[in-house]
Write a protein that binds this ligand. Structure first.
Ligand code: DGT
Ligand code: CA
Ligand code: CA
Length: 574
């Protein structure tokens, strides 16, 4: 079975987890985590890079040792270092790590303090209320673990959209190459750009003799074939992702695509509209009695119920049908509308590339401007900038702007919003920047009232421009902090500030519903990559997907503006 970036990343994450449970050096643990992150976010397949003889140590966080391990895993599917750890620790301990709410720190405590190393032992300890007495756990944590255990019994997890893309796109390409195949579309929640997907739904049109179903089940990553007929099949890939395939006649293509794109709620609403007109709509077409009156294209399905085409990202039955009927559908923002990026890092802090390399990569994307926004001093793990280093970077950017052609670097900072709402750098210095991006990186557990006050106060700062990753959530890993987002949106309006939609695959933060709220309030959203390397600009497509789910149009997105139009927007009206 071929090894993907995500598989190698998973092995590195597991090594990091086991090292942490064992009590290893934090730098060693972090090296594996950084390498895992690099692999997860890499736009290219490392196997292909190895095949082409490329030097993996050029990648962020990959030294000789890790490059060797990547090669070992890519070639053998195994990693001796991991095997060694497995021998040292109880084998079932990795199962504990998969329980939401249990990170390596907690598993370490459970293991060393209560000698728990299986899920069954954990269940017993929860039942006997032995968890709550452990330092750092408490009753709340205990009941959360109980909930997680109950939920886990209920089925497999969801995949982040960017992770699903790593599996779905090569598979779709494989199907496209099968003789007799015409169209291949990945439908379902994937096409609607949901932040996570439960499974992958692929729709294919093919000639009558096409061996597409045989090729599908023979794909070398298929671990299990669940069902297999002439028009439908389901498999589970080695990574545990389920893939459903439907093969339809070209005359049903649009109806099937509409059906399998969903969402289910949207489909039901459209079908009901059809019923009102005496039409029957299913995955084969639109029928009036026995006569097919539509279904070859998605447009024909919508037309049959008197609607214009509704973009997939809106199909959640959250008002899109009413908007379509009233001719008020938004013209959604597109990736190509972005003219720049307002949140990136360089190797001055925790990024991988130099200023010049980032500028060059942005220019090659067709960007007109790029804001450099390093972390501030409080974020020591990221080697945040102190006033002196920021002042030096300001000078360096001025110098570089004198040389660069076709791209302008903007001077910014991703400054920590301290617990009391102050910003982590002196006002005088912040005043010299083109923009100030404020971010919460600590004390996620503050009460709603205090967290909200903290952010509102930061936004009152005369130089504050943009609130980074406004909810702080990490998909499937960290809940958003508790904050009054509608008030923050109103504050942004009042202060002439903006909200970020951070496109990092793990963040996709601003959430889609708050994008809508920001739009309603007239607050612009900036879709930023938060790039830590030149490869990370690829994240923007997922950010734009989320912006589209939030009904945002080009005009609602700050960084669709030309540099000339942007500059006055970054200056506070006070
Ligand atoms: P997921 O996989 O949980 O991320 O979400 P979806 O939306 O991809 O759901 P999935 O894979 O169960 O089904 C794909 C599409 O098929 C779904 O979006 C709409 C359609 N569909 C599935 N079941 C039904 C149903 O019972 N009624 C209708 N009208 N459509 C359905
Ligand atoms: Ca699906
Ligand atoms: Ca499905």
């Amino acid at each position: 079975m071929p090894i993907h970036n995500a598989d190698i990343a998973a092995i590195f994450e597991e090594i990091a987890d086991l090292l942490e449970i064992e009590g290893a050096n934090v730098f060693r643990v972090r090296a594996y985590r950084n390498a895992a992150r690099t692999l997860q976010e890499l736009g290219r397949d490392v196997r292909a890079m190895l095949h082409e003889g490329e030097d993996l140590t050029e990648l962020p966080g990959i030294g000789d040792d890790l490059a060797g391990k990547i090669r070992e895993i890519a070639e053998t599917g195994r990693c001796a270092a991991l095997d060694k750890l497995h021998k040292k620790l109880p084998p079932a301990i990795t199962e504990l790590l998969k329980i939401p709410g249990l990170g390596p720190k907690r598993v370490k405590a459970l293991y060393h303090e209560l000698d728990i190393h299986t899920v069954e032992q954990l269940q017993r300890a929860v039942r006997d209320h032995r968890i709550r007495s452990l330092a750092g756990f408490g009753e709340k944590t205990e009941s959360r673990i109980a909930e997680s255990l109950a939920a886990q019994a209920g089925g497999a997890g969801r995949f982040k959209l960017a992770t699903a893309a790593q599996y779905a796109e090569p598979l779709a390409a494989w199907l496209r190459a099968v003789p007799g195949v015409h169209d291949v579309v990945v439908a379902g929640s994937y096409r609607r750009a949901r932040e996570t997907v439960g499974d992958i739904d692929i729709l294919v049109t093919a000639g009558p003799d096409s061996p597409v179903m045989e090729r599908f089940t023979a794909y070398d990553e298929v671990a299990e074939v669940l069902s297999h007929g002439s028009t439908r099949g389901s498999v589970v890939l080695g990574c545990k992702l389920q893939v459903d395939l439907r093969v339809v006649e070209p005359e049903s293509y649009g109806a099937a695509l509409h059906y399998f794109t969903g969402s289910k709620a949207h489909n039901i609403a459209v079908r009901r509209l059809g019923q009102e007109r005496g039409l029957k709509i299913n995955e084969y077409g639109v029928f009036e009695g026995k006569e097919r009156i539509g279904g070859e294209t998605e447009e024909s399905v919508f037309r049959a119920v008197g609607l214009p085409f509704i973009p997939p990202e809106l199909r959640e039955d959250r008002g899109e049908i009413e908007a379509a009927r009233a001719g008020r559908l938004p013209k959604l923002v597109e990736l190509g509308d972005l003219r720049g990026d307002l949140h990136v890092h360089t190797r001055a802090t925790d990024g991988h590339n130099t200023l010049r390399e980032m500028a060059e990569a942005a220019r090659q994307r067709g960007f007109e401007y790029l804001a450099i926004t390093e972390h501030s001093r409080r974020l020591t793990v990221a080697h945040g900038l102190d006033p002196l280093r920021l002042a030096q970077q300001i000078d360096e950017i001025d110098r570089l702007n004198g040389e660069l052609r076709g791209i302008t670097l903007l001077k910014g900072i991703e400054v920590d919003i301290l617990e009391d709402g102050r910003l982590d750098l002196p006002d005088e210095l912040l005043g010299r920047l083109d923009l100030v991006v404020g971010a919460v990186h600590s004390r996620f557990e503050l009460s709603r009232a205090r967290q909200t006050e903290r952010i509102l106060k930061a936004m009152d700062h005369p130089h504050f421009t943009l609130l980074a990753h406004p909810s702080g959530r990490l998909i499937e890993r960290r809940e958003p902090y508790d904050v009054d987002m509608p008030r923050i949106i109103r504050k942004a309006k009042e202060r002439g500030c903006y909200l970020e939609l951070n496109a990092h695959p793990e963040r996709l933060d601003l959430l889609d519903t708050y994008c809508q709220a920001a739009k309603a309030e007239g607050v612009l959203v900036s879709v930023n990559s938060d790039a830590h390397s030149v490869l990370d600009f690829d994240h923007l497509r997922f950010g734009v997907g989320q912006a589209r789910r939030g009904w945002l149009e080009k005009g609602d997105v700050l960084n669709t503006r030309s540099l000339d139009a942007l500059k006055p927007l970054l200056k506070k009206t006070m």
